[in-house]
Design a protein around this ligand. Structure first.
Ligand SMILES: *Cc1c(COP(=O)(O)O)cnc(C)c1O
Length: 231
């Protein structure tokens, strides 16, 4: 079957089952139902054939971080019942093209991007990405600018705000970082009562994210195996 093993000697099906079991355990140990958590398998740099294999194993949510690659895979796999999540940094000039195939965009972090995604057409679900580092080069809006971006997102036609997304920074205990995202989420509740979702938690830190209320996990290598080099 699969040779994509980074965790050698295990198959894609085994790694998927093992991560799913870990998610269910973490959820139950925090009094949460596993069914309230959506697992997005991040398939960046892997071929479309791996996404097809995942779909055969029952995966319905897949994530990509580069527009051209995502667009090509979504077109090639249009016969599959998949939801495409765009999780990477997004250029405003590519925004319209991304909204054509993406069901959910996780990485909105500035007003210009909201403007570029505004549309009278199909409503696309979205997250606002928060930058948990002090480095503005990292994707995400600074926490101090979040409230204003929330107001702008709520005023943008064609987008439905689901909640907040973040990546735990290096050098900070992930659970503390995720707790900050949860607090930020509570702070926007007045303006956006329905935007309660939290997209956080990756291969190494999903249990900590679940402890802090993650509703959408973005998991790559723990399921897919080590990524091939990008082209
Ligand atoms: C690649 C990626 C992931 C998955 O990372 P893993 O460590 O492989 O689980 C999650 N979120 C984003 C934004 C990514 O780019």
């Amino acid at each position: 079957m699969s040779e994509v093993g980074g965790a050698q000697h295990s198959t894609l099906a085994e790694r998927l089952a093992s991560v799913q079991a870990g998610i269910a355990d973490a959820a139950r140990s925090h009094g949460r139902a596993p069914s309230e958590i959506t697992t997005i398998v991040v398939t960046k740099f892997h071929p479309a054939s791996l996404v097809r294999e995942l779909a055969e194993l029952g995966v319905r949510d897949v994530g990509e971080n580069r527009h051209q690659e995502a667009q090509a895979k979504a077109a090639e796999l249009a016969d599959l019942p998949l939801r495409w999540h765009f999780v990477g940094q997004l250029q405003s000039k590519k925004a319209k093209q991304v909204r054509a195939y993406a069901d959910v965009i996780h990485s909105i972090d500035r007003p210009a991007l909201l403007g570029a995604l505004a549309s009278p057409e199909r409503v696309v679900d979205c997250f606002l990405q928060v930058n948990l580092t002090d480095n503005p080069e990292r994707g995400g809006v600074a926490p101090a600018a979040l409230a204003e971006l929330v107001d702008q997102a709520l005023d943008t036609p064609g987008l439905r705000l689901l909640g907040l997304m973040a990546v735990a920074p290096l050098g900070e205990e992930p659970q503390r970082a995720f707790a900050r995202v949860r607090e930020l989420s509570e702070s926007i509740r007045g303006a956006a009562p329905q935007a309660t979702a939290l997209s956080m938690g990756m291969s190494q830190d999903f249990a900590a994210a679940i402890a802090e209320g993650a509703t959408h996990l973005r998991i790559g290598t723990a399921i897919t195996g080590i990524r091939p080099q990008p082209e």
